[in-house]
Design a protein around this ligand. Structure first.
Ligand code: PLP
Length: 396
């Protein structure tokens, strides 16, 4: 190893470890369902994004298996060479139907979508108004475009309007985009899309919503844009296929000509191999399930409401989530980490999230209930919260 790299790694790793910021990753032995095995210990899993339990759905597993028999394990090429299988075309038609748009394009991940879509349209002569709590992939996608990034205060519509007006009236920019998460994953709050659309109309803004935590969850499962009935107003609807959909991948849904443009100008589409066929078939079937029935969605919300009510009754601060995401706000960073560690020892897997991911003094243990949890599992989790909460003096 080059001496300069060796020195860099030693110094920085040591620093992180000393500050308690070095994240040790727990390997999960087996499927990522409502109960997981970590280090041979069985735990109630409140940490996945597998909202509807589809990651381990038996029907989807079978579809992936039979598709692999017929198509093999890999797509074999990037989409534009010969990696576009009939399965990809079918998936994209299904995505457009699901999102209520003319067309859609799939990518290898949600992260990749934001690398792809923003810089295909925005450049150094443009500006992007970005919610300050937007996901890391949005931030990186904005940076990649070289547009001027103008952050606005989280879901603060007065601040957005002021900054949109300034940007528009400056005459400095060719195009201006407003970009937001649909559901914010740390607090579970929903973006104020009706107001954002109104401001966008007033100042001629391009609208871009990344609904990674919304699809399958809000809008009876169809997502946050549908929740507000704004399918015709939002230019870019971004989603992931790895959270509620349970597999892997991402997509952009919108007007046909936008999708046509992304197919010739978005770099992860042009230069990275297509999603594998087994995954594509499983995803298409998962989306069909969400179109056909709200059963899993309803179960998810029932479980979310049940967990929230249980924790609230015990006296925990569960914030102001509008979705099944259930933060349990502890405050102090060290105490939050101890809390999560004690939950683990008592059989509940719920991760602590602290500064700098969330503001200082708002450390929390974040709970992600899913449709796959049973009432018994949630009761056990709530009882464990009570025990640990009293032991650590978080509740009385
Ligand atoms: C999780 C997430 C992503 C990344 O999605 P992957 O498919 O896991 O790459 C992108 N954007 C937002 C808002 C997310 O929450």
């Amino acid at each position: 190893m080059a001496a300069i790299l060796d020195q860099f790694l030693d110094q920085n790793l040591t620093e992180l470890k000393e500050q308690g910021l070095y994240n040790e990753i727990d390997p999960v032995q087996g499927a990522n369902g409502p109960i997981i095995q970590v280090n041979g210990q069985s735990l109630i899993n409140l940490s996945s994004n597998n909202y509807l339990g589809l990651a381990t759905n038996d029907e989807l597993k079978k579809i992936a298996q039979t598709t692999i028999e017929r198509y093999g394990v890999g797509a074999g090429a990037v989409r534009t060479i010969n990696g576009t299988l009939d399965l990809h075309v079918k998936l994209e038609e299904k995505l457009a139907e699901f999102k209520g748009t003319e067309a859609a394009i799939s990518y290898q991940s949600g992260f990749n979508c934001n690398m792809a879509a923003i810089s295909a349209v925005m450049d150094k002569n443009d500006a992007i108004l970005s919610d300050q709590l937007n996901h890391a992939s949005i931030i990186d996608g904005c940076r990649l475009s070289k547009a001027k990034i103008i952050p606005f205060l989280h879901s603060d519509m007065e601040d957005l309007r002021k900054k949109a007006k300034e940007a528009k009236e400056s005459g400095q920019y060719n195009k201006i985009m407003v970009i937001t998460d649909g559901v914010f994953s740390m607090d579970g709050d929903i973006a104020k899309l009706p107001e954002i659309v109104e401001i966008a109309k007033e100042f001629d803004l391009i609208t871009y919503v990344d609904d990674a935590h919304g699809s399958g969850v809000t809008g009876k499962g169809k997502g946050t844009v549908k929740h507000f009935g704004l399918e015709k107003e939002i230019d870019f609807q971004i989603g992931t296929l790895s959270k509620a959909i349970g597999v892997v991948g991402g997509y952009v849904a919108g007007k046909q000509k936008l999708i046509d443009w992304l197919k010739v100008r978005s770099r992860p589409f042009l230069f990275s191999t297509a999603l594998p066929p087994g995954d594509v078939a499983a995803i298409t079937a998962a989306i069909q399930m969400l179109i056909d029935s709200t059963e899993l969605h309803d179960k998810l919300w029932e479980n979310g409401d049940y967990l929230k009510a249980g924790l609230k009754k015990l006296g925990f601060d569960i914030g102001a989530s509008e979705t099944p995401i259930t933060p349990c706000i502890i405050g102090d960073e060290k105490l939050t980490q101890t809390f999560s560690k004690r939950l683990f020892e008592e059989g509940v897997y719920a991760k602590s999230i602290v500064f700098p991911t969330v503001p200082k003094g708002t450390g929390r243990v974040r709970n992600m209930p899913t449709a796959a949890h049973t009432k018994e599992m949630l009761d056990e989790a709530i009882a464990t919260y009570e025990k640990v909460g009293k032991e650590l003096g978080v509740i009385s």
